[in-house]
Design a protein around this ligand. Structure first.
Ligand SMILES: O=C(O)C(=O)C[C@]1(C(=O)O)C=C[C@@H](O)C=C1
Length: 282
């Protein structure tokens, strides 16, 4: 099991077992399960206003004493980096499916290391800075828009509560998107000759086409719409016409169509670009 202390004990995929971790059906099951996690976390986040100040150290500077980071941090970055520092102590970032947003603050775990078998090829793909940027600039404004959740100059800001929800959203998005590495490894093993030729030719467009399955993507988006509608509706008022929903359904679908799926594909392509290093095919 990838991470004992946190919340994904119910996953079907076993990252310590190569045949489970590289079975595309298992990987897709995991991706589907993460849709629930991401949708629920975003529902929690949009209870609060956008609170743009928590992402801007000029508007709300947080004094920071960690020398690995700039002296003034946004509240969101401060909380995320401190959370990662704490979680690193209990081995979160030893797990092969966990990627930090602030690798420079990680500490040596205080527990003995767990031995994960090496399933993925050596690589340094980490798109968390892009995920965070798109989350703040695209996903959140869209999810909070038209939802009575834009900033209203209230005194009751809920800055800390909103930033706590952001951490949960960002970590789930990161985990989902970096699962692309397992998808890519699985596809590489299935069609090795085809991928070796594309990688050698540095044909990123060709690799992107080879890993794309338009029908699966369509299904993902349809399922997301259904989940956002279902999870965002209070079952006790679902049929009396008063329920306005807890989340902007289009924003959830758009998040997947414009950010989650495209970035998963970037991870797949960039992972494959490094796949031949140190192998017989290099
Ligand atoms: O399921 C796959 O085969 C994936 O590569 C994952 C994914 C996705 O992000 O959902 C990405 C690319 C494919 O076109 C289909 C779906």
């Amino acid at each position: 099991m990838a991470l004992e202390l946190l919340d994904h004990m119910d996953t079907a995929i076993d990252l310590s077992d190569p045949s489970s971790a590289l079975d595309l059906a298992n990987i897709r099951f995991q991706l589907i399960r993460l849709e629930d996690t991401i949708t629920f976390h975003l529902i929690e986040r949009v209870q609060f206003p956008l609170n743009a100040a928590i992402y801007d150290p000029d508007l709300l500077p947080i004094p920071n004493s960690n020398l690995a980071l700039p002296p003034n941090l946004s509240l969101a970055d401060y909380m995320l980096s401190e959370t990662e520092r704490l979680h690193s102590l209990v081995r979160r970032y030893d797990a092969p499916d966990e990627y930090p947003f602030f690798p420079q603050v990680l500490q040596r775990p205080m527990m003995a290391p767990l031995r994960y078998p090496k399933i993925l090829h050596e690589n340094n793909v980490n798109v968390n800075s892009i995920i965070k940027d798109k989350y703040i600039k695209e996903i959140l404004p869209e999810a909070c828009r038209d939802f009575g959740r834009t900033d209203r100059g209230e005194t009751k800001e809920n800055y800390g509560s909103a930033a706590t929800c952001d951490i949960a959203c960002l970590q789930a998005l990161s985990r989902r998107i970096h699962f692309g590495k397992y998808v890519a490894e699985s596809k590489f093993r299935k069609e090795t000759d085809r991928f070796v030729a594309l990688i050698k030719a540095e044909d990123r467009t060709g690799i992107d086409a080879a890993i794309t399955d338009a029908k699966v993507e369509q299904k993902v988006l349809e399922r997301l719409r259904l989940k956002a509608k279902t999870y965002g509706t209070d079952p006790s008022t679902a049929n009396d016409g008063t329920d306005t929903g807890k989340i902007n359904i289009d924003a959830v679908v758009k998040m997947y169509a414009q950010v989650v799926i495209p970035l998963t594909k970037v991870v797949e392509v960039e992972y494959l670009m490094q796949r031949l290093k140190g192998t017989e095919w290099e």
